[in-house]
Design a protein around this ligand. Structure first.
Ligand code: BGC
Length: 386
């Protein structure tokens, strides 16, 4: 009897020991941890390298391979992608084991009804008219259920790039006006459901060329405050900027397109938003996308956003940003994936994608675009060290 209870006790002890320790984020979720490398991105890049070596002489294979092993965000841009969360979180735990360091995965929550309401390229699967908010809530519930399976994994989310920017400046566009109530309700719901001890949220704040203008940034902070008040006690860690955009983080050689702005780079934008957020008692930490901001002076106007010619990879993902309220540089937009098709007869065509500062022959948003990948690697700044 004694023997048996000893065995039972040992079993209990070992199962307690084996139980994973839940992750509890304190402060900057990117600090002191590794950034997740998505094996599916590594594969995308190595496929591209195969095509490349068949097509032309190219001297940057080794650099491209390094890019394939760099951390990128995982876009949950439709409900069918949600089950892949398990795959990514399991891989992140393997990477954590191999490196002996916690590994943070960044997901992009991107499926609001009437998505990308002021442009044509990234329209999503749900519409306001067809009960999209209910479907969106199901999408969020499924994400939450996936996250809940891995309390020991560290997760950050970028919530709905461009959506609030559209509510600040584009309500004259009918598709945006129609979306206003659902964008708000959807984002409040996402914050309430997804914020967990091991999940830190960043609400998208567009970029300095959009919400940086004085009236826009005041309007943006009011809107952030409204949504966060409604979501409370759930909260966010901070805001994301420059997602899928090309703005430099910190420069003194300002791009001529930024001429009349007092937020010509993302750091200045963040520095203008910070006191407004502080005055409104809102969180004021940031992450910023540096996946494609290595080169400047490549756009005709600041509003151009589609597969810009001459772009290069920017700063590598890192928590060493040199700015106390900037948590990390991230590669949020997946380098090598298109912003939108340049084919004017395609259903998701947006005229922005066939301007003369956009690469020609571009596939749909999110599809692999070899030429763009090559260009980004060639123009990387700082250059990729192989
Ligand atoms: C697209 C998404 C894609 C993401 C990353 C967005 O522009 O709309 O479908 O996953 O970029 O490439």
């Amino acid at each position: 009897m004694k023997f048996l209870s000893l065995i039972a006790a040992c079993g209990l002890v070992s199962s307690v020991l084996a139980a994973p320790t839940p992750d509890v984020i304190k402060g900057n979720p990117f600090s002191g941890v590794n950034f997740y490398v998505n094996p599916l991105y590594t594969q995308e890049v190595s496929q591209s390298l195969k095509v490349l070596t068949q097509e032309k002489e190219w001297s940057l294979d080794a650099q491209a391979a390094v890019v394939g092993l760099t951390s990128t965000a995982v876009w949950l841009d439709s409900h069918v992608k949600v089950p892949s969360i398990s795959y990514h979180l399991e891989n992140s735990l393997v990477q954590a084991k191999l490196t002996g360091k916690k590994t943070v995965v960044t997901f992009v929550i991107y499926d609001l009804p009437n998505r990308d309401c002021s442009a044509g390229a990234s329209a999503g699967e749900y519409t306001v008219a067809d009960n999209g908010l209910e479907y969106y809530k199901e999408y969020i519930n499924s994400i939450k259920a996936e996250f809940n399976k891995y309390p020991e994994a560290r997760v950050t989310c970028i919530i709905e790039p461009d959506s609030l920017g559209n509510l600040v400046t584009n309500l004259a566009v009918p598709k945006c006006a129609e979306a206003e109530a659902d964008y708000k309700a959807g984002i409040i719901y996402a914050i309430q459901q997804l914020q967990q001890p091991n999940v830190a949220l960043y609400l998208d704040a567009a970029h300095g060329g959009w919400l940086g203008w004085p009236n826009n940034r005041i309007g943006a902070v009011q809107l952030f405050g409204e949504l966060l008040q409604a979501a409370a006690p759930a909260t966010i860690r901070g805001f994301s900027t420059n997602v899928s955009n090309y703005n430099k983080f910190n420069t003194t050689a300002f791009d001529p397109i930024t001429k009349y702005s007092d937020t010509p780079d993302e750091l200045l934008y963040i520095q203008k938003l910070t006191p407004l957020l502080q005055n409104a008692s809102l969180p004021y930490n940031f992450v910023t996308d540096t996946s494609r901001n290595g080169q400047q002076n490549i756009r005709n106007t600041w509003g151009d956003w589609c597969n810009i010619k001459g772009a290069g990879l920017g700063a590598r993902p890192s928590a060493n940003t040199g700015v106390s309220n900037v948590d990390a540089f991230l590669w949020v937009k997946t380098p090598g994936e298109s912003d939108g098709t340049s084919n004017s007869s395609a259903p998701l065509y947006d005229p922005n994608c066939s301007q003369n500062d956009s690469l020609p022959n571009a596939p749909n948003a999110g599809s692999w675009f070899n030429q763009q990948f090559i260009m980004l690697v060639e123009n990387a700044n700082p250059p990729i060290k192989a």
